[in-house]
Design a protein around this ligand. Structure first.
Ligand SMILES: Nc1ncnc2c1ncn2[C@@H]1O[C@H](COP(=O)(O)OP(=O)(O)OP(=O)(O)O)[C@@H](O)[C@H]1O
Length: 794
């Protein structure tokens, strides 16, 4: 828990920070979670989420994701945070109402309501994005000087909280409004004092998904198909997602969005991945994957079952699902039960499944149902239905006989007739229309009641057809009603045993994901990493080690990928500075380290020969700026924000990847900021220094000795060779410093006119000499993080 006054870089230091409240009594602590339920957003099942902890005045927020299993996420947050007050909209989507009810029931059942915590569900004040942004900007941040302009506030706050997450921002707006109304923590202050926010905290691992190409959406060629116009491009998720069912893919996406540091969870995943990665288990893998393909979306099936009559296709889907689940259980029972997931499947896929499967196969007549496009029952299910069906079957011969007898009593001009049965109307005598029958009056036949004319045939009710109605009744409708009653009974039985079906869904999704990861591991030649426990990290053990690591995406596109190694520990250096000519592979190296650590945190194998990976608490990146229209910040400002985020939030257990920081501004200023940032980290106690991997083209950073000497610092470069005029990239990492960017050679390679390149070289020498001279003139570049704001003096 962060202590006020020790909020690393979260406020502008030196400015007043509220303190003393840390000693508040436990009872007064309030954690609030708000759930944004803006109607048009909730209808896509997505949530915005944040919470406030009054113990340390922290606003925790969760950036928006495209995940649509958000109720599970909410359940996790509620379980972990255990909020006293939940603020949510009074007008809710059905799923949310059920969730809230379930939450109340669960607490009542477990008696958790009696722990002195009250959980209120308050109506959420409707709040729009703009209003929420304004509320955030005008909130009470004691660390900000009172006179800061709105622009400065935006700049500062956008480095603390993502303005690119509209749902989350709306929930923040609602939370702030509720906090102010209830005056949490400032009950005794006068009304001009607002509820203080001393720091912001991201709830999940801070990973920039797009930079590391973890997800990448591309427009689908068939963009005219609305809603499905996007597909996954070349991305980590794309190459690892070998899931066989949709909900497996969804769960995998969820794992990607929520990497975990829970060693028990990761070990559980790893043991299954390891098992299926072994070639001798590939038969079981193939059998299970074939069965998984048939598992349908169980919640949708059950929902439609509980609401209305089940369609024939749904019965087929359910039967296939249950039958396949039984097959999965039987296969898994033959696998080692020492593996936790296998044991859970063996036990959790209960005999109820077998019961449901056999019941459906005994009752539902799939062929008949498809032919009639309604639910029909097999013989021997209900004797009364069988009797009615028998009568229906014999009906046609019987009716031919009746028609023959009717014809004997009809006008001799009528050549033929037949008796037909129309559901709901009953039995009718049908005769062809004679040419003489023109007007309606001509249709009248003595002894018969005219009903209607259809397709040049006249239909009548006779004494005999009325007797038939009384005798045989509305056979068809009766049969249909009886079959519908059987269906309702079957639905009820299935719903009563639906618990096992939900278990099938959860465990099958997990199995599917893990088999997908095993499949990828086998296909791409990955290794299971050894995960290092937290306790070992605290004492400064080697945190992350990979031998012969590769970039999981580039190795698939590049005919020859050069592998490298990475070792970051207190003894071998935690801060690595990589210099090298342009295009020598610096960014790729940074990204592959980030990707491998990320993969380990979802339980996947990794592209390396050997890997020992610490469970980092965040992957911070400063790479590849994107303009952000929603915040209105410049490219350089975004770079600074990313850097500020890394500086303020990284701990000794974080991985920080910095690529080309400072190049978006004047060279000397950028270089100064870069040097100041590294020095800031190096000044921390060694165990608090994050694992930093920094690539830069500012060779002067090292040539001018701008960094303090430290055992934690190691200098690396990527090997190149010059063959005549040509620069050859070897992509091999080695100790040392790069002396030249070889920009001229690379410009020639890229096709710039030789005369232009030559002129560039001349200009370079003049300006370079001048810059060095001016730097020397003002003495050593000074940099400091004074008052937690970076100041630089030249
Ligand atoms: N280890 C490697 N094996 C094979 N090819 C590689 C390797 N690393 C990089 N490359 C190739 O080199 C290209 C350039 O790499 P990268 O973008 O990492 O260079 P860089 O040093 O960051 O360049 P710049 O300084 O201009 O940003 C990649 O797109 C890739 O094709």
């Amino acid at each position: 828990m962060a202590v006020p006054g020790d909020v690393r870089g979260r406020g502008l230091p030196g400015l007043p920070i509220l303190n003393g409240e840390e000693e508040e009594e436990e009872e007064s602590h309030e954690v609030r979670a708000t759930v944004n339920t803006h109607t048009h957003v909730m209808c896509h099942g997505q949530l915005g989420l944040c919470f406030y902890d009054s113990r340390d005045f922290t606003l925790h927020y969760m950036p928006d994701t495209s995940d649509n299993h958000e109720l599970q996420l909410l359940a996790r947050v509620v379980q972990e945070v255990s909020p006293h007050v939940i603020i949510t909209s009074a007008k809710q989507e059905r799923c949310m109402v059920q969730f809230m009810q379930g939450l109340g029931e669960e607490e009542h059942r477990t008696g958790r309501t009696g722990e002195g915590k009250t959980r209120l569900i308050l109506p959420l004040f409707s709040t729009g994005l703009e209003v929420s942004k304004q509320r955030l900007l005008s909130a009470h941040f004691p660390f900000l000087p009172p006179a800061v302009s709105e622009r400065e506030r935006i700049s500062y706050l956008s480095s603390c909280i993502s303005f690119d997450s509209p749902l989350m921002l709306r929930s923040v707006g609602a939370l702030l409004k509720c906090l102010d109304r209830r005056r949490v923590g400032v009950e005794l202050e006068d009304s001009s004092v607002g509820v203080p926010i001393l720091q912001f905290h991201t709830y999940t691992l801070s990973v920039v998904y797009s930079v590391l190409q973890i997800f990448k959406s591309e427009l689908h060629p068939s963009v005219y198909k609305l809603q499905s116009g996007e597909k996954e491009g070349l991305s980590l998720y794309g190459i690892l997602n070998h899931c066989r069912c949709k909900f497996g893919s969804k769960l995998l996406r969820q794992w990607f969005l929520r990497p975990t540091r829970d060693l028990a969870v990761l070990n559980r995943r790893q043991e299954v991945v390891r098992f299926f990665s072994c070639p001798r288990n590939s038969d079981s893998l193939n059998t299970l994957q074939a069965s998984l393909r048939n598992i349908r979306n169980i919640p949708t099936l059950l929902r439609s079952m509980s609401l209305s009559h089940t369609k024939v296709s749904d019965w087929q889907g359910l039967y296939k699902t249950v039958y396949s689940a039984v097959c999965i259980r039987d296969t898994v029972r033959s696998l080692p039960q020492s593996i936790q997931l296998f044991q859970e499947i063996s036990e959790g896929f209960s005999d109820d499944l077998y019961y449901i499967a056999s019941l459906i196969s005994r009752v539902v007549d799939f062929e008949g149902s498809l032919a009639e496009n309604r639910f029909t029952v097999k013989p021997n299910v209900d004797p009364a239905i069988d009797e009615k069906k028998r009568r229906m079957m014999g009906l046609s011969d019987f009716l031919t006989d009746v028609a023959r007898r009717e014809l004997e009593h009809l006008d001799t001009r009528i050549p033929s007739c037949c008796v037909i049965y129309i559901p709901l109307i009953g039995f009718l005598l049908s005769v062809p229309r004679l040419p003489s029958m023109v007007e309606k009056e001509d249709f009248e036949i003595e002894g018969l009641d005219f009903m209607f004319l259809s397709e040049e045939r006249l239909h009548y009710r006779s004494q005999r057809t009325k007797e038939l109605d009384d005798l045989l009744g509305d056979l068809h409708c009766d049969t249909k009603d009886m079959e519908t009653a059987v269906m309702t009974q079957l639905q009820t039985t299935v719903l009563e045993r639906s618990a096992c079906l939900y278990k099938v869904l959860d465990l099958s999704a997990e199995l599917d994901c893990l088999m997908a990861l095993s499949h990828a591991s086998q296909e791409y030649g990955y290794t299971t990493p050894t995960l290092v426990r937290e306790a070992e990290r605290v004492v400064g053990a080697q945190i992350s080690f990979s031998h012969s690591l590769r970039h999981p995406l580039l190795e698939l596109c590049s005919p020859m990928f050069v592998s490298n190694s990475f070792l970051s520990s207190e003894t071998r250096g935690r801060v690595k500075i990589i210099t090298g000519p342009n295009s020598s592979g610096k960014s790729i190296y940074l990204k592959q380290v980030g990707l491998i650590v990320f993969m380990a945190l979802i339980g996947s194998d990794v592209p390396a020969k050997e890997a020992e990976i610490g469970l980092v608490d965040g992957i911070f990146t400063r790479m590849q700026s994107r303009e952000s229209v929603s915040v209105g910040l410049s490219t350089f400002m975004i770079d600074l924000n990313q850097m500020a985020h890394a500086l303020n939030h990284s701990s000794g257990q974080s991985l920080v990847l910095i690529d080309e920081f400072g190049k978006g501004t004047n060279t000397v200023d950028g270089l100064s900021l870069l040097a100041a940032s590294i020095s800031h980290w190096l000044k921390r106690v060694p165990a608090e220094v994050p694992h930093i991997l920094l690539a830069t083209n500012f060779h002067s950073l090292l040539q001018l000795g701008l960094l303090p000497s430290s055992g934690l610092l190691s200098l690396l470069t990527l090997e190149t060779a010059v063959d005549g005029d040509e620069l050859v990239f070897l992509y091999q990492l080695q100790d040392g410093i790069c002396r030249s960017s070889y920009a001229a050679n690379i410009a020639t390679l890229a096709g710039l006119p030789p005369s232009l390149v030559q002129r560039g070289v001349e200009v370079h020498y003049t300006t370079h000499t001048h810059t060095l001279a001016s730097l020397r003139e003002v003495g050593v570049l000074q940099h400091s993080l004074k008052n937690r704001k970076i100041f630089f003096y030249i």
